[in-house]
Design a protein around this ligand. Structure first.
Ligand SMILES: [Fe+2]
Length: 688
């Protein structure tokens, strides 16, 4: 529903926003003395969270003097600013690191607008472009990209360059409406190129020097708001990221690295370094608020500045029945910014975005007593035992087993008294379920920074003799952990709701895994009941190294099970990525492929019970994904680029590895969704 001017002013006042109102008056030409001075706006411009009549505009204009200065923002229907529909004052202040957010209302739905900022002397920002959402009853198709994991410390953002290149050449109806950023917008773990030159295939590039941080291994990590701000600024100096933010509105949700690599709630954890980090979580939230314009409520109640609450870093050692740390400073810190939210986009999209880190419990799979289980099988752990650990004291209707066993090894169940694994936390989960239940859009898309597809293998089908110990005959192996691919209890609750409420058009888009995955949202896999209730996708990293790159560097040449991950060519060429085949088809296909290099022959040995939930896996992919939604189809395209080690010098961002489309017709209640795959360009290798 569009807001009236009066309602809009009331709303703006309530969130304390600088605002501009387009209203109904005739457009006029610019009165400002704007002269572009990009050097004075070194992080560019951005827009966020478009609605049908409003959007948030952003820039940063640092000043040497004073605590607060005022800019003018202009919004026009044309790139030359002859038809300006709104202008307003926009405050920047040292308290917000000279960033500003302006809510512009009274705009027309589904329109492209242009905007720019000017200071009192006429020094202007670059010009940005943004797009409002269609009205909720508008049947036009929705088209967006989803991206994640953009380490500019270890790579270059050629994927954005490609996205811009294609969008500029697309017909108006094929252009992207917005970019959904599913997190790892920054990596708070920063390497300095004078200390470390390379990692895997990557050159380490300068990003930032972190004031008042901590060093663990090669990583410098921020502990204060100035530390996080330094990282955001370093990232935003990347020209491809800056151009992307100036071209499309972004809808953003953090993943782990906007706060802490292995952190959860307000606990900081990075490798060996672990400490209560209530003040660090607040600092991370503040910097995210300052740099990613979003419809979120800061403690100040204002869009202008954050106003961090005072917290102490004290141990968090009491947890409620849902795993939430009840220490008061922890609660203040994690509630200092609520970023989970939903956006309606025309008739066909409800985008429901959740936060996977602020409310989650500790890692249920990391107890050291489990280290020796299946140690000969790289990355593998018995799936049924993982489910025991996931369920904690709630497993098996509240009767968890006392022991976890594997062949002759028996380990006391370390999670017997622990709360079941929670990623969303109880409050957010209820909110999410209600949004799902109430959604009236054709497609209910869950923007979840973490993947939800199971990663498993069938080492029970290995021929004897490759390893000393055999994998037990009746058990699968999980290679997952940390996301909804192994949060069985929590995801089953959600998928059961989708099934029982007869919700159709349910789809998950996610990131974090640094790999492309397409498949189905299903609570269980064979020998359990395979009952898909929706679609599930993971988009590859824009830059960050993925599982294949790590495997190429880390897996010993003489590893007994090497063929399950890499097939070495007899001529010594680059090995083939059987790891993709392992997850999709199983060990028999991998072993045959590594011997014969015959894809058809290897696929004929596929284990149909292993992965009926998967249509595509590429652990070596980078790039972005696009989604097109209509009244009867969801079409997701994976646009894959080569490993982005150096910046492409060409306007198209460099070559593509492949482009693959995954389409599904809208299914009726009670029907199972079905994906159809089409390789449009290039060769996805062993991913299918
Ligand atoms: Fe990442």
């Amino acid at each position: 529903m569009a807001l009236s001017r009066r309602q809009f002013l009331k709303f703006s006042a309530a969130i304390g926003a600088s605002f501009a109102w387009a209203g109904t008056g005739a457009a006029r030409s610019s009165q400002s003395a704007w002269k572009e001075r990009r050097d004075l706006y070194p992080e560019g411009v951005a827009s966020g969270d478009p609605g049908p009549d409003s959007v948030i505009l952003w820039t940063r204009r640092p000043f040497d003097q004073g605590a607060r200065q005022v800019l003018t923002v202009e919004i026009a229907e044309d790139q030359d600013f002859r038809r300006i529909v709104a202008h307003a004052s926009a405050a920047v202040s040292a308290a917000a690191d000279w960033t500003c957010r302006v809510l512009v209302g009274g705009l027309k739905p589904a329109r492209v607008y242009w905007y720019r900022f000017t200071d009192a002397r006429g020094n202007g920002s670059r010009i940005g472009r943004t797009i409002t959402a269609p009205r909720p009853n508008d049947p036009r198709p929705v088209h967006f990209a989803f991206v994640s994991c953009q380490s500019v410390n270890e790579g270059k953002l050629n994927a954005y360059r490609r996205m811009i290149f294609e969008d500029e050449r697309a017909t108006a109806e094929n252009r992207l409406d917005f970019v959904l950023h599913l997190g790892d917008f920054i990596y708070e773990v920063v390497q300095y190129p004078d200390e470390v030159k390379t990692r895997y295939d990557r050159t380490i590039y300068e990003v930032a020097r972190i004031p008042d941080g901590h060093k663990v291994g090669n990583f410098h990590i921020p502990l204060t708001v100035d530390g996080y701000r330094a990282v955001y600024k370093g990232y935003l100096h990347d020209p491809d990221l800056q151009d992307a933010r100036a071209r499309w509105p972004f809808v953003a949700m953090w993943d782990n690295h906007e706060f802490s690599w292995q952190g959860w709630q307000s606990i900081v954890k990075a490798g060996r370094f672990e400490q209560p980090g209530q003040s660090v979580k607040v600092a991370a939230n503040q910097a995210w608020f300052e740099y990613l314009p979003s419809r979120v409520a800061a403690p100040s109640g204002s869009l202008e500045r954050f106003d961090p609450p005072a917290v102490k870093n004290v141990p968090i050692d009491k947890f409620d029945a849902n795993g939430l740390g009840t220490e008061p400073n922890n609660l203040i810190a994690i509630n200092s910014l609520k970023a989970y939210r939903a956006l309606r986009y025309g008739r066909h999209l409800d985008l429901i975005i959740t936060d996977q880190h602020s409310y989650r419990g500790g890692d249920p799979f990391s107890d050291p007593s489990l280290d020796n289980i299946g140690a000969e099988f790289p990355g593998m752990f018995p799936e049924d035992a993982m489910k025991v650990l996931d369920g904690g004291r709630a497993f098996n209707g509240g009767n968890p087993p006392a022991e976890i066993h594997f062949n002759d090894a028996h380990v006391a169940n370390p999670r017997r008294q622990a709360p079941p694994q929670a990623i969303l936390g109880a409050t957010q989960k209820e909110w999410f379920k209600n949004r799902l239940r109430r959604s009236t859009a054709t497609w209910k898309v869950w923007g979840n920074s973490l993947g939800a597809l199971d990663r498993r293998a069938d080492p029970q089908n290995l021929p004897p003799g490759l390893t000393k110990e055999s994998w037990p005959k009746d058990r699968y192996a999980s290679l997952g952990g940390g996301d909804h691919g192994t949060a069985w209890l929590e995801r089953t609750e959600i998928y059961d709701l989708v099934r029982d409420a007869r919700i159709t058009g349910f789809a998950i888009v996610s990131g974090d895994r640094h790999s492309f995955w397409a498949g189905y949202a299903a609570a269980d896999l064979p020998p359990g009941k395979f009952e898909p209730v929706g679609l599930s996708f993971v988009g590859a990293s824009l830059t960050s190294p993925g599982g294949m790159e790590a495997t190429e560097h880390n897996l010993p040449k003489d590893a007994p099970l090497r063929a399950l991950f890499l097939a070495d060519r007899p001529n010594g060429g680059k090995p083939d990525w059987t790891f993709n085949m392992l997850l999709r088809h199983g060990v028999r296909s991998c072993l045959d492929y590594a011997k014969n290099f015959d894809l058809a022959r290897a696929r004929a040995l596929s284990n149909p019970a292993l992965a009926p939930h998967l249509e595509f896996v590429d652990l070596g992919g980078h790039g972005y994904a696009t989604v097109r939604l209509t009244g009867d189809e969801m079409r997701t395209e994976f646009v894959c680029i080569p490993r982005p080690i150096t910046r492409s010098e060409t306007a198209d961002g460099g070559p593509l590895r492949y482009r693959v489309a995954h389409s599904a017709r809208l299914w009726r209640p009670g029907e199972a969704p079905r994906l159809k795959q089409q390789v449009l360009e290039g060769d996805p290798g062993l991913s299918i």
